[in-house]
Design a protein around this ligand. Structure first.
Ligand code: ADP
Ligand code: 5GP
Length: 200
């Protein structure tokens, strides 16, 4: 992404299973004219119901590493051992050309890197589960991972939870309705949208 790009960037980050996707989907549907989802590249396997180019660009490890060598990413991380994820320059440019503010769903390290690169143009939001036990329960209930993949996520959870202080805002995702409202409030404040919910 060129530094001249004038749009804003909203990042949702958290351990896997805390509720980023749920919050992001809601915001993209509510503010569809203003927000666009930055589709990341990944080497992980496609889940049932996921579409290439919609949820992720699914790449082989070889292709992903080639993209790193060719400086195609604004940031990339090996989020779990052997699994790579990254935000593509081309994706960010595509959304910028559409005049959209960007929504990123990325891990805590990627989130810090993007915040360091783009400073005040970024709102970084950490989504916090009510407790580690509830997080594990939600991940299991989601039922999208094999036992091995689930364990990789649980192993990384404490590392990710220890990063909550590095971000601009924290949403505790306990009662979903409250978390959705808080996400709306943060986005409206950051983008200067007058709330339709205000009553006098
Ligand atoms: P992430 O994108 O951070 O991995 P998801 O949005 O996929 O997390 O949420 C993980 C699971 O928890 C999903 O099955 C989702 O429907 C569920 N979930 C999300 N928020 C809540 C909530 N507040 N209460 C109960 N379940 C939730
Ligand atoms: P999942 O496999 O559950 O879709 O995502 C696993 C983790 O990778 C999540 O924490 C998600 O936010 C993160 N992630 C997804 N895309 C990117 C990306 O482009 N860059 C980084 N650094 N992390 C990402």
């Amino acid at each position: 992404m060129s530094k001249e790009h004038g749009g804003r960037i909203i990042i949702f980050t958290s351990p896997s299973g805390a509720g980023k996707t749920t919050l992001v989907r809601h915001l993209l549907s509510k503010y569809k004219d203003r927000l666009g989802f930055s589709v990341s590249a990944t080497t992980r396997k496609r889940r049932n119901g996921e579409e290439d180019g919609v949820h992720y660009y699914f790449l082989s490890e070889e292709a992903f590493l080639e993209h790193i060598r060719n400086h195609k990413f604004i940031e990339s991380e090996e989020v779990y051992p052997g699994l790579y994820y990254g935000t593509l320059h081309s994706e960010v440019d595509r959304l910028s050309e559409l005049g959209k503010n960007l929504v990123l769903d990325i891990d805590v390290k990627g989130a810090q890197n993007v915040k360091n690169l783009y400073g005040d143009r970024v709102l970084s939001v950490f989504v916090k589960p009510p407790s580690p036990e509830i997080l594990i329960e939600r991940l299991k209930q989601r039922g999208t991972e094999s036992e091995e993949e689930l364990n990789k996520r649980i192993e990384r959870m404490q590392f990710e939870l220890s990063h909550e202080d590095y971000f601009d805002a924290i949403i505790v995702n306990d009662a979903l309705e409250d978390a959705l409202k808080e996400a709306e409030r943060l986005v409206e404040g950051f983008l200067g949208i007058r709330s339709e919910r205000t009553t006098f």
